[in-house]
Design a protein around this ligand. Sequence first.
Ligand code: ADP
Ligand code: ASP
Ligand code: MG
Length: 401
Amino acid sequence: MLIVKKFGGTSVADKEKLYNVANRCIEDYKNGNDVILVLSAMGKYTDELVAMAKDINPNPPKREMDMLFTIGEQMSVALMGMVMNDLGVPAISLNAFQVPMRTTSTYGNARLKSIECERIQNELEQRKIVIVTGFQGINKFDDYTTLGRGGSDTTAVALAAALNADACEIYTDVDGIYTADPRKVPKARKLEQITYDEMLELATLGAGVLHNRSVELAKKQGIKLIVRSSLNNTEGTIVKEEDIKMEKTLVSGVAADKDVTRIALIGLKDEPGVAFRLFNHLARHNINVDMITQARGRDNTEDVSFTVSIDNADEAAEIVERHFREYEKLEVAKNMSKVSIVGAGMVSHAGVAAKMFEALYDERINIHLISTSEIRVSVLIDEKHTERAMNAIHEKFKLGE
Ligand code: ADP
Ligand code: ASP
Ligand code: MG
């Protein structure tokens, strides 16, 4: 069997943990399997690199940021190579250049395009454990790129797909995928399995346990993912295609995203074309808009609110001020959070959204914006209420039982 095993930052945070990871890989290796090990930067090292960069330049060029980021993963794989050597197991560390792993050119948010398998296959044939840097790639200019924060999961899935692996295991600091972040919702319950679609929604809506693009890719390539603890041997959670026999869960999880800013434009003219002009300016500047509402204002006017990520907030407000002066007042609120419920069974059940709103009403939490899809309901609330809202919703749908 060919097994891809990915270990996140906390799982490789220190010397003892590196040895723990190595031993888990060596067990599979000694049972006759080929093992590819994908590692993240140790502990919070990537955050430290961000802080270091911002101390020098609050707006560091994205290219230089990626150049800096790649040292984190490179440090992990090199040290792991030394650990394996110390344990007497043949192993080799490779970075994105050495594989090579090609991506699109976008620094900070590149997409993997191709992985050349020859080098890795050669090393595996020589019965080595191959240790690959997560998160990074190289673009057409032969520059380093990164896949976005949390992107090592995607590296692992892409390697599993490219090399036709028999298993792709994501090891982390919790026992699997829960009905909500167990650090925020103490009653959260571990799921035995979850569908790609539900996990993709949860990951996109803030459940950081998996990088959303890793789930997207796993679905596209039909790769079954197993998410489990690096610290114990409990079973973990399987992410896979929907089982026809499986009863669709009404609500499978709650997620929250604090990276949200609301921009409200008050007193727009109530006439055709206003929304087009506004959102066209934002789109032309590559600003991703998430939730949108339009409401009747005073004296035949409209108010429009929309959300963007915090990183894009200042730029979005500036674009609106510069190119679209068709409003009376502009408000920017950065202390917002989006809380969502996800469930494949929602589409065929009435009243799911109402029940979520009731949970918030019970807690007297005000809803600023709402958006829905077939398998999701999201609300925008004040950030300070996030954990209370998550727990109340989790309780209302009895997700812990
Ligand atoms: P790693 O460094 O291993 O990639 P991450 O911090 O990226 O770890 O992801 C694991 C964390 O995801 C957990 O510690 C947990 O707090 C958080 N998390 C958020 N939502 C969920 C969820 N639904 N189930 C499990 N963990 C979650
Ligand atoms: N080290 C990177 C990060 O912290 C990538 C990852 O951990 O997946 O975002
Ligand atoms: Mg992660």
